[in-house]
Design a protein around this ligand. Sequence first.
Ligand code: 3HC
Ligand code: NAI
Length: 710
Amino acid sequence: MGDLVQLSIVDGVGVITVQNPPVNALSPGVPEGILEGVESFVADAGVNAIVLIGGGRTFIAGADIKEFGKITSGQKRRGPGLISVIDALENAAKPTVAAIHGFAFGGGLEAAQGCHYRVALRSARVGQPEVKLGIIPGAHGTQRLPRLAGVRKALEMCSLGSPIFADEAHRFGIVDRVIEGDGYEELLAGAVAFAAERASSGEPHPKASESDAKLGTPEEAAPLCDAARALVRKKRRGQMAPLKAIDAVEAAVSLPFSEGIKREAEIFRECLFSTQSKALIHAFFSERAARKIPDVPKDHPSRQVQSAAVIGAGTMGGGIAMSYVNAGIPVRLAEVSREALDRGVATIRKNYERSVRGGRFTAEFVEQRMAMITPQLDWEGFGEADIIVEAVFENMALKKEIFGRIDGVARPGAVLATNTSTLSVDEIASATSRPEDVIGHHFFSPANVMRLLEIVRGAKTGREVVATSMALARRLRKVGVLVGNCLGFVGNRMFHPYRREAQFLAEEGAKPATVDRVLYDFGAAMGPMAVGDLAGLDVGMRVRKESPQMYPPGTRRPVAEDALCELGRYGQKTGAGWYRYGADRSRHEDPEVDALLRRIAAENGIEQREIPEDEILDRVVYALVNEGARILEEGFALRSSDIDVIYLYGYGFPPQRGGPMFYADTVGLEKVLERVEEFHQRHGHWWRPAPLLRELAQAGSSFGEWDRSC
Ligand code: 3HC
Ligand code: NAI
């Protein structure tokens, strides 16, 4: 059994404690250990009941996700492990009780469902999050949960994967008793008392697999399943597992338990071997890998951040201030004019009030949050702030002036962050006497909602400031990814060629709505034209004007968006861009745009043609991949998986594709290179294959292997 599972006896109750930090995943050895524990306690006449509990901060967070790759690559035979444990817990001749704190997720909740009873601390959460990994519960969760909680709740939990707290679980019959207190000791004492009580009751102990009362009939389940399908088609568009999870729960109603579990096993396997599951598991580990910085280990000293100051209360400054306040960090928020300040504060209030209307916050809660913001026209108190975040207009002279002033007021040891989206962090830092304290914190709009935070390390940024920023990102509930200081950093540097190709395609005859639809069908939240209209086409036009070096002489320059801007078509904000917008923001194709594109093509000698949809997809997605490969070889991203995380959390890349670099790996780099070379021949300069892409493709390797070799 090793050290993974420990046994003890407390007041005649056998306690099986899982000790597999950090989250007590069911790694090899854990199921076997639990099984041995159950068998020995059942055989022990001095034991009246059995409690299953997790050591440390949690119950069991599920199967060991690392094992799935071994199963799908044929390295490991999937043994009966967890299922035998569950059967043993349910069939034990003595009452079995799961004692839950932290998380009972996936296989953890399935093990708990095998127990006759479940008790939990109020702070505990239970869930079947498997769909987030592209699979379904595989240890009878889709069959026992509807029997415990009813079909509606089981559908919701298994198809969306969101966890619920103990109180809600209690209401739905998943948890039998909520234990007061918030520590492991109180949980253990409560669970032992509960187990002893059940043992002495003389009553039969319920088996979830045999409790059919809450299942109802297939006719009753059908509309619930239809509604669940409609919801996941919208909320998890393009994902297979949520629909499969619904099929499995539906089978619980239409088939006896012994048949339902067979159906679940078939579906589980189908999902586990899917590319979607590999992509979602890649996304899970990539998010966690992004926290690892080779020269800044986890225990590297970092600075305390208890207070913040934000300069600029515009689109970004306001959202950034909200992110801090939401994490419990008070903010001083400075503007240049009363009007801008009032507007900024009013927008923040409006955003919070929307959450009140949505039922997420109370009005009182809003006032508490607003009270944590000190709006001001001067920089009073900035000298005490632990971090100062600049979010003024994107203008180097202005940013340098601001950083010069910050240098004069910030206390020694304060972190000085800029939210620039394109300007050099090094040049901004040069305006201070302490470039080691300066770092880019590139939030995405809306900053209070979007999860991505690109953390831009300048040439002189200190390691302590990097460590502080990575830790701060987690506190702000962001996914922080460390990137280097190149033009556009990682996300926008790649986005540029993506949108450029989209424009080229339109100039060559693809309808803007077709380009968008191809990307939407691929799973993107929005196509590139719709995104352009949303962000404002003038933004790109300004960048192209200010940085003519982006398009050296002899290279093809996109002209369509500049032409749209000349017509005053800046996008949604002017009611027209690539599309025409109704008063209700409804989007309509516009024949005027088609005519404009035909004119542009004729004037610029561009041949218009019918463009196949696979070319549309490959041109825009491989433009991302090729630029991503350059970024990697230039060292501006630490790993290809970091690039994937940036695209998943900042740019709406479909999670079931795993990110652009992972997607390229699933296509096969040889094929990707072939296509890039074909585009290079046909379209010239912009499609020169990145040397790293060529190198990996020719070696039969992948971005994933490259990451592992670094
Ligand atoms: N398997 C393997 N490793 C896991 C794991 C799991 N189930 N859950 C977490 N880990 C690892 C993480 O990779 C991370 O490793 P690292 O420190 O080396 O990067 C470490 O544990 C800590 O994880 P987090 O940083 O995510 O810790 P948090 O405290 O922020 O979150 C958590 C804890 C909410 C449990 C979160 O880790 C999580 O959601 N884990 C996944 C839970 C899950 O999906 N369970 C279902 C698995 S599939 C299953 O059970 C199939 C079954 O039906 C048969
Ligand atoms: P914005 O125009 O909405 O807000 C800028 C604010 O800064 C204005 O309210 C202005 O009054 C204020 N300001 C200007 N000078 C100031 C000074 N000296 N002191 C205090 N306030 C001052 O601009 P936005 O969109 O918020 O952009 C801010 C920064 O964030 C820019 O660097 C931009 O590149 C970056 N960014 C913008 C994103 C976006 O989607 N809008 C996304 C990510 C980064």
